[in-house]
Design a protein around this ligand. Structure first.
Ligand SMILES: *[C@@H]1O[C@H](CO)[C@@H](O)[C@H](O)[C@H]1NC(C)=O
Ligand SMILES: *[C@@H]1O[C@H](CO)[C@@H](O)[C@H](O)[C@H]1NC(C)=O
Ligand SMILES: *[C@@H]1O[C@H](CO)[C@@H](O)[C@H](O)[C@H]1NC(C)=O
Ligand SMILES: *[C@@H]1O[C@H](CO)[C@@H](O)[C@H](O)[C@H]1NC(C)=O
Ligand SMILES: *[C@@H]1O[C@H](CO)[C@@H](O)[C@H](O)[C@H]1NC(C)=O
Ligand SMILES: *[C@@H]1O[C@H](CO)[C@@H](O)[C@H](O)[C@H]1NC(C)=O
Ligand SMILES: *[C@@H]1O[C@H](CO)[C@@H](O)[C@H](O)[C@H]1NC(C)=O
Ligand SMILES: *[C@@H]1O[C@H](CO)[C@@H](O)[C@H](O)[C@H]1NC(C)=O
Length: 631
């Protein structure tokens, strides 16, 4: 019995030590602004001393910007050798003004200082300086506020004007792996707007793969951000020619291919679905358009903004427009002939699947559990307009979005048949109603949050056309047998294919109170940031285990803004955790919540960034769990 923990201890030890030897440097991502937190994963404090040599020749890039717009001033700022700079950049006159934003390559001596590689320089503090301003604006991201804070004795809020501080510049030496393939130098490239790993790589004549690998990025995880450093692995010293003409700016990168996890194993039949999907999408849209026209434009009444606080219940109200037979038959025929992925069930089939809609098969609301061909399915009875939900779900296929497998129409009601999520809605697991002892641990909750973010990100960025879900909430997140999340209820979703900056306005405000973003409630503004806001509220529920409650917003702010944030954290977190959660990571997630529920939609992060943050959080949480389990 005692061997088990011992074995796992050794395997962990072995894994971590071997990965330290082989690991490249993690990309810093967007953590550069998290100055006050103890945020120490990624490479915020510097690149790890994991190379084969403890010191080496390295390169940095810097963009000319007054007052640092001559080689001599840049050399002084970065403590580089001006004549080397002059040679490397083919600019003989060190005092010549360099056009603003031109990239200058700077050679530095990089060496290990404790845990991290760095090239030292110093800086004299000016009025109104902060560590963030010095790191991000003066040094353009070549240092970080966290590293400055760690290596200087001045408190962040007490920088003495005129004092000289040590500035560690971010550099690194090649690892064994890199050296083996001929890499001799690493260049810390300052990312600017509109760049991608492939553009930067081609600028230096290296492969995208080697750059991704050098930064522990991948084809699935390749986003980079301005004012961060990206390591470019070089076999030869870089050159730049500042005396040459300014090259035209490269075109923006082509959008990356979406990587879509598929919920059913795709086989060689995939192309059939693609063709059917395309045909189906087009013809279905025509059919649905006809139905919408019949149903709504004929009977449309002017409505002031109204708030349906419980949308799900709204479907069950019998006061919906009396349905006429013809369009449905037309619609069903349409489905039958075009949407091959959607099965059309007879009412008798559903009756037998649900034991004639017996109470024992009732789940909640108008949803029943059915057994079709030995598999469970969720069958939802709806009346009114189901075209939107069918139209959306017919076209998307994503592990984290509930799958619609069939439809049925009978006696004025629609029945939609979905994949069955055995553990039911997330809300049941968070609010532990009726004294149920249901409880999700930290890892499960972060995985669920990541699943939801991934599903919504798919809707926003990879579905065609993109959609805004508009009714994201814990009761619309279902959990399968492995507690993986699936988003459901697309009845309010609408397409979001307006160009950035121009968003749709609507007068008909629907959604769920508490989850609705202020700009939507006030002005009917519809954009993907609506879902980001709702996600923030959902994430708050996931951590607190409480239904949306503004009182928690206050605690949230105190966690972030006050000195004793850690003490307030325990008031914020679900008591069910019994302190079994990683404090640093929890604070990080609280900050993420805060950014999602910002009043100004443009201050909220994109869903893609949220996915990245949460996937980092998840992997750090897994390490935390391991460390807890062996101690
Ligand atoms: C190191 O190189 C080997 C062989 O090229 C590769 O399989 C391995 O994934 C690399 N390790 C890391 C951490 O990049
Ligand atoms: C960061 O962590 C250190 C030690 O773990 C602790 O002393 C310090 O108070 C923490 N700082 C913040 C802002 O949480
Ligand atoms: C870097 O190191 C080399 C050799 O040790 C030295 O000649 C050179 O002056 C150093 N450069 C700087 C900028 O310190
Ligand atoms: C650059 O200007 C400074 C004074 O501003 C002067 O001392 C120095 O010699 C000049 N360097 C070159 C290479 O012209
Ligand atoms: C750089 O500065 C750190 C202190 O911040 C010091 O420990 C280290 O030795 C310095 N490195 C070099 C090469 O001077
Ligand atoms: C970093 O600096 C750039 C340019 O000076 C600025 O546009 C950007 O807003 C800064 N970022 C932060 C987080 O302060
Ligand atoms: C490491 O140091 C050795 C000896 O100074 C040198 O020959 C080798 O090129 C260095 N390797 C790298 C990758 O810098
Ligand atoms: C840099 O560009 C100038 C002007 O185009 C040219 O005369 C010079 O030879 C180039 N130098 C190098 C090293 O390419």
């Amino acid at each position: 019995m005692a061997c088990l923990p011992l074995l796992s201890f050794f395997s962990i030890f072995f894994l971590s030590s071997s990965s330290l030897i082989n690991a490249q440097q993690p990309y810093i991502r967007k953590s550069i602004t998290l100055c006050e937190s103890n945020y120490t994963w990624d490479s915020v404090l510097g690149y790890n001393c994991n190379g084969i040599n403890t010191s080496c020749q390295a390169y940095l890039t810097f963009r000319s910007e007054p007052p640092y717009n001559t080689l001599s001033s840049i050399a002084a700022l970065l403590r580089a050798d001006p004549s080397q700079l002059s040679q490397l950049n083919s600019l003989p006159d060190q005092n010549q003004t360099i056009q603003t934003n031109r990239m200058v390559i700077v050679p530095v001596n990089c060496s290990c200082s404790g845990e991290f590689y760095q090239a030292n320089t110093s800086y004299v503090i000016k009025k109104d300086d902060s560590y963030l301003l010095i790191a991000n604006n003066t040094f353009q991201g070549l240092s970080t506020c966290q590293a400055l804070q760690a290596q200087n004795s001045f408190a962040a809020n007490n920088l003495a004007i005129g004092a000289r501080i040590n500035v560690p510049l971010r550099c690194a030496c090649p690892t064994k792996n890199q050296s083996d393939v001929g890499v001799r130098y690493l260049l810390s490239y300052l990312v600017t707007f509109g760049q991608s790993v492939s553009i930067i790589s081609s600028q230096f004549g290296v492969s995208t793969e080697s750059t991704l690998e050098a930064n522990e990025l991948s084809e699935q995880d390749f986003n980079i951000y301005p004012f961060t450093t990206l390591l470019v692995p070089l076999q030869n010293p870089p050159t730049s020619n500042l005396s040459a003409e300014v090259p035209p700016t490269p075109p923006p990168p082509p959008p990356p291919p979406p990587s879509v996890p598929s919920s059913n194993n795709s086989s060689n039949k995939t192309w059939i679905y693609v063709v059917a999907g395309v045909l189906g999408g087009v013809s279905l849209a025509v059919v649905i358009g006809a139905i919408i026209f019949c149903f709504f434009f004929r009977k449309k009444k002017k409505s002031d903004p109204i708030v349906d606080s419980e949308v799900f219940e709204a479907h069950e109200k019998p006061n919906k427009t009396k349905v006429e037979e013809k369009p449905e038959e037309f619609f069903l025929e349409g489905i039958h002939s075009i949407a091959q992925s959607l099965k059309v069930y007879t009412f008798e089939e559903l009756q037998s699947a649900t034991d004639n809609f017996s109470p024992t098969c009732w789940i909640k609301g108008s949803v029943y559990r059915g057994t079709i061909n030995g598999d469970f399915a969720a069958i939802k009875k709806m009346n009114g307009d189901v075209s939107k939900e069918i139209n959306i779900l017919d076209k998307i296929n994503h592990l984290n979005l509930i799958r619609l497998s069939g439809v049925c129409f009978n006696d004025g009601n629609w029945y939609l048949v979905y994949e069955y999520a055995v553990n039911g809605p997330l809300s049941d697991w968070l609010y532990y109603k009726n004294g149920d002892q249901k409880f999700l641990n930290w890892i499960q909750r972060i995985q669920i949050a990541l699943d939801v973010a991934t599903g919504i990100n798919y809707l926003h960025s990879y579905a065609s056309p993109p959609y805004v879900h508009k009714d994201l909430k814990s009761s619309n997140v279902l959990l399968d047998g492995d507690f993986r999340a699936k988003i459901t209820n697309f009845n309010l979703a609408r397409s979001a294919d307006g160009k950035e900056g121009e968003f749709a306005l609507t007068k008909h405000i629907v959604g769920t109170k508490g989850y609705m973003a202020p700009e939507y409630l006030e002005n009917g503004l519809v954009s993907p940031k609506l879902d980001v806001y709702a996600f923030g509220v959902l994430l708050m529920e996931i951590l607190t285990g409480k239904e949306i409650n503004l009182q928690y917003e206050e605690v949230l702010f105190s966690v972030i803004n006050e000195k004793d944030g850690r003490e307030n954290l325990s008031n914020f977190m679900d008591p069910c955790f019994q302190s079994n959660y990683p404090v640093e990571l929890a604070i990080f997630v609280v900050r993420l919540i805060d950014s999602c529920i910002k009043t100004d939609p443009s201050d909220r992060p994109g869903m893609d960034e949220i996915v990245q943050s949460l996937s980092r959080t998840l992997s750090s949480s897994l390490s935390w769990e391991l460390s807890v389990s062996i101690s």
